[in-house]
Write a protein that binds this ligand. Structure first.
Ligand code: ADP
Ligand code: ADP
Ligand code: ZN
Length: 227
């Protein structure tokens, strides 16, 4: 019942990964992050990783067919009744269309698109100070969200590292790619009546409270009704 198919929209650094962890735990949704899946493929040196690496290094999107394929595979592995939370996908209109097709196969759909908004200069500060756990991919920030023990993950004790694409230059390009290719998705989901704009400024728990209000509105509705 309610919101079983949720996607997170919003620019790099908006807080999608930070919020996804809480949402997936509290609402029992499978968290699918294409960025995490691609970084894992690069680290393992798989053919997918080799295809995606140069795009990621440059802050460009990896090819739609490559990314849409891994998402469709992951969705097909989960039970049809299992709710999902997509983080970082779709990122282009062609990916949004591929997602609709993959979901229709199992009678699922996107019930809610949470579009997290944060001003550009704040995004640059968040991304250039970001650190990630090498083991569980949880995000931290040197200033806005440091770990309890220096360089160690609060959750699993893993070592923290800085992504090689979280440099100011690559960040600026990723933001331009976002405006160009991903932002139009807001209109795509608005026209379906499932878009919820979320103010992403303030503390993570303040942002999460706003997200909960949107999710709970959909939870209360009948399946198939617009948000
Ligand atoms: P995204 O997945 O959208 O790229 P992340 O969740 O990785 O974004 O967050 C980007 C960076 O900003 C991380 O370093 C994270 O710790 C930090 N961050 C997330 N939410 C907030 C917030 N509300 N205020 C300040 N910093 C935040
Ligand atoms: P962020 O939210 O900080 O920009 P992600 O971890 O979501 O970063 O993505 C990192 C990189 O992985 C992107 O810059 C892009 O190269 C690639 N990537 C992730 N998701 C997608 C996607 N849906 N389509 C194409 N490329 C993607
Ligand atoms: Zn960890």
């Amino acid at each position: 019942m309610g919101a079983r198919g949720v996607i997170l929209l919003g620019p790099p650094g908006a807080g999608k990964g930070t919020q996804a962890e809480r949402i997936s735990k509290d609402y029992g949704l499978v968290h699918i992050s294409t960025g995490d899946m691609l970084r894992d493929a690069v680290a393992r040196g798989t053919s997918l990783g080799r295809q995606a690496k140069r795009f990621m290094d440059a802050g460009e999107l990896a090819p739609d067919e490559v990314v849409a394929g891994i998402v469709a595979e992951r969705l097909a592995e989960s039970a049809p009744g299992q709710g999902f939370l997509l983080d970082g996908f779709p990122r282009s209109l062609s990916q949004a269309e591929a997602l609709d097709e993959a979901l229709a196969d199992s009678g699922r759909s996107v019930d809610l698109a949470l579009s997290i908004q944060v001003p550009e200069e704040e995004l640059v500060r968040r991304l250039t100070g970001r650190r990630l756990c090498a083991d569980c991919a949880r995000p931290y920030h040197v200033e806005f969200g440091p770990p309890q023990v220096a360089d160690r993950c609060d959750q699993c004790g893993g070592r923290l590292y800085q992504r090689s694409d979280d440099t100011e230059e690559t960040v600026r390009n990723r933001l331009a790619v976002y405006r160009d290719q991903t932002e139009p998705l807001n209109g795509y989901y608005r026209s379906r009546g499932v878009l919820a704009g979320i103010d992403g400024t303030g503390r993570p728990d303040e942002v999460y409270a706003r997200i909960r209000r949107s999710l709970d509105r959909v939870q209360g509705s009948e399946p198939g009704q617009p948000a």
